[in-house]
Design a protein around this ligand. Structure first.
Ligand code: ADP
Ligand code: MG
Length: 508
């Protein structure tokens, strides 16, 4: 009797590595018949035999590709069940007397196939087919495992990205990565199922809706910002950078990248403020002058009128009524100029967060000229040539700051004392869906080696105490945040500088 799992290696012409086939049988003649059936022809097999549960386990543990069980064993079906319990995928073929009932019982016990002993020639083909199925099943299983593992790895990658990722179905949050949850100071799970508008302060929701609608229409709106609440009532600023459609969990979804820009924005606001303070310092004497002149005119005219109405003893009234009216008008005009300057100052110093509004650039340019005018006037003629302009999408206070900076730079590039030979010329017009403003000066110009750095914060050629180096960097920050563009080039005939600011038209 062939007992145990001793191996009979059969030397056959090798097409590939021999298959290891476990024959579960006890009778010598049955074992030999099955060995013959398995090793006849092209099939290359190593045959192991076993006929007790223990031997079966030992054979399975040593690894085998298929099992052929002899139904003549008294406990053949329980051995088949035992094999199946030990290995769900290994092909099991039962060989027995030609009986439909026995075949059904074998299949019920876990066999894949039943072959009658009269048809042993079909054993190899049956095994081949079963092996192919088992192989396919194993591959599918392996790739399932691999994809599952991949998904875990992908998730880990997403969670480690230093940028917030949000996936939404419609406006319901379906996934957020670790970084985004951290911005809010909560666990990622607690954000799932909320609507995206829950993630921002109520005053930003309308804008979010408009952006979602635009995205759903297939447009790609530029990055936008919204304010959000963190835990403990602290608020922050989030930048919504990009959106892409994708399928997530089998549903059409949108993936967005978000960045917590709270600190950047706070720093930007502080730099803008520092720049305004520096400009006020530079312009203070000029602005004081601008206020003083009309104020002197107001005072003088009021004095004259007072004397007319209550002349000192012995003085006879000399003014005709139309002259008195003229004096009154002059006083009123002077007061109006003071009012405008004060309004410009307040506009310039307004420390709002730069909320968007329709802005009349013509008015802003006039205000900026009034602020910087005194400084420019001693060095150049100022010429503003532009027809009324359609409103741009911007913020009047911040744009006033931009043009004050540009005018001050232009003035500083021109030597004082030759005002009639120099000029600062402002042109503006509509170009497509933008308004473009050009400020040309006839100053010293910008050397090429300096050009690349002029927008850097704190870059200045003016030496210690001369300039903060914030002007153009702040201009760049303001203009690009509004979706516009600022560029600097050489002036005409190689003289001076031209600064171009393009801003989108108001379209809401
Ligand atoms: N209109 C201009 N003509 C010549 N140089 C300019 C002009 N505008 C800016 N610059 C150069 O760019 C530098 C940076 O300008 P800015 O950022 O306003 O800082 P600051 O005026 O404080 O130096 C200036 O120091 C100057 O060298
Ligand atoms: Mg400057």
């Amino acid at each position: 009797m062939n007992s145990g799992a001793n191996m009979l290696t059969l030397h056959k012409p090798k097409m590939s590595d021999p298959l290891k086939i476990l024959v579960v049988a006890a009778r010598r003649d049955e074992i030999e018949r099955l060995e013959a059936a398995l090793t006849d022809g092209e099939f290359t097999a190593e045959v192991l035999t076993a006929h007790t549960a223990g031997e079966v386990d030992a054979a399975l543990a040593s690894g085998c590709d298929a099992v052929v069980a002899d139904d003549a064993l008294p406990d053949s079906l329980s051995l088949v069940a035992h094999v199946r319990a030990a290995d769900a995928d290994v092909p099991v073929v039962v060989v027995g007397e030609d009986s439909a009932e026995r075949a059904t019982q074998a299949i019920d016990a876990g066999a894949d196939h039943f072959i009658s002993k009269q048809q042993l020639t079909r054993l190899q083909e049956a095994l081949r087919r079963r092996l192919r199925v088992a192989h396919a099943r194993r591959m599918a299983h392996a790739s399932d495992v691999a994809t599952g593992k991949h998904q875990d790895e992908l998730r880990a990658v997403l969670d480690h990205l230093p940028v917030g990722i949000l996936i939404r179905h419609g406006d319901t949050v379906a996934y957020v990565n670790h970084a985004l949850a951290e911005y809010y100071g909560v666990a990622a799970e607690s954000l799932l199922g909320k609507t995206v508008t829950d993630l921002m302060r109520p005053d930003c929701r309308e804008k979010m809706r408009q952006h979602i609608d635009a995205l759903d229409r297939g447009e790609s709106p530029p990055p936008w910002e919204f304010r959000f609440e963190r835990t403990q009532g602290r608020s922050g600023v989030m930048e919504h950078s990009t959106s892409q459609s994708l399928s997530f969990g089998g549903m059409p979804s949108v993936i967005s990248t978000l960045r917590d820009v709270t600190q950047e924005r706070a720093l930007r606001d502080r730099l803008q403020m520092a720049d305004r303070m520096a400009a006020v310092g530079t312009l203070a004497s000029g602005v004081a002058h601008e206020i003083n002149n009309p104020l002197a005119c107001v005072t003088a005219n009021l004095e004259v009128l007072r004397e007319e109405l209550a002349p000192p003893e012995g003085v006879v009234s000399r003014m005709r009524p139309d002259e008195m009216l003229e004096a009154l008008d002059d006083a009123r005009e002077g007061a109006e100029r003071v009012r405008l300057i004060v309004r410009d100052l307040r506009l310039f110093a307004r420390g709002d967060a730069g909320e968007r509004e329709p802005v009349d650039l013509g008015g802003v340019l006039q205000a900026a000229e009034r602020m910087a005018g005194n400084m420019v006037k001693t060095r150049a003629r100022v010429v503003q040539e532009h027809a009324p302009l359609p409103p741009v999408d911007g913020n009047a206070a911040r744009l006033c700051q931009v043009f004050v900076n540009i005018f001050v730079n232009a003035a500083q590039a021109i030597e004082s004392g030759h005002a009639d030979e120099n000029e600062v010329r402002v042109r503006a017009g509509v170009d497509g869906d933008r308004v473009v403003v050009e400020v040309r000066d006839t100053g010293v110009g910008i050397p090429p080696e300096v050009r690349a750095r002029i927008f850097d914060p704190f870059f200045s050629t003016r030496g210690i105490g001369g300039g903060t180096g914030l002007g153009l960097s702040v201009c760049h920050g303001i203009v690009t945040a509004l979706g516009g563009e600022i560029t600097v080039g050489d002036g005409e005939r190689g003289r001076g500088t031209v600064v171009r600011v393009a801003l989108p038209l108001w379209s809401r």
